[in-house]
Design a protein around this ligand. Structure first.
Ligand SMILES: [Zn+2]
Length: 164
């Protein structure tokens, strides 16, 4: 048993983490608890330690099939609009047009993410001159939107040909 009167802050601090995890045996926890009652500094340290932990507490993971995100992104980038493999049943006919829209938005969002991460990367690199993050982001964004528009035009031209 540790003598509580000789228990110092230096003794207390290393135990705080284990104490919060309920991992201390009673004979180690009790002098710490007593010290915390008497020492405002260690009490504050323990409180902030506890608060910090709540920030990083993980929520239970959501189960997503392996490779789901990369599969969706890859198909979206390949221009898959979900039309071909979608076999609409009688009742699903109303919902069928929604899926291509969702996939199209996914492709647009993925493209935007790429553009934004590209822009962020260019901000992180020291250029020596002044940072022109806004300009860079706007330019690439416009380029991306232009590209999307061009894809749209090509596609509508294609479907016009098809419908003839
Ligand atoms: Zn203390």
């Amino acid at each position: 048993m540790i003598d509580p009167t000789k228990f110092t802050c230096a003794d207390a601090r290393p135990l705080v983490s284990a104490y919060l995890d309920d991992e201390l045996t009673a004979d180690r926890a009790s002098p710490l608890r007593q010290h915390l009652m008497e020492c405002a500094e260690c009490r504050t340290a323990t409180q902030s330690h506890k608060a910090q932990r709540q920030w990083f507490q993980t929520t239970p993971p959501v189960e997503v099939p392996a490779g789901f995100a990369s599969r969706v992104a890859r198909r979206a980038f390949q221009g898959d609009l979900g039309e071909a493999p979608f076999q609409a049943a009688e009742d699903d006919r109303v919902l069928a047009p929604v899926l291509p829209f969702v996939l199209r938005m996914t492709a647009a969002a993925a493209l935007l993410l790429l553009v934004i991460s590209g822009a962020l990367r260019s901000v992180e690199i020291p250029t020596g001159g002044e940072l022109r993050a806004d300009d860079a982001a706007t330019m690439t964004l416009e380029a991306a939107l232009e590209r999307l528009e061009r894809l749209d035009r090509e596609e509508s031209a294609l479907s016009e040909v098809r419908s003839r």
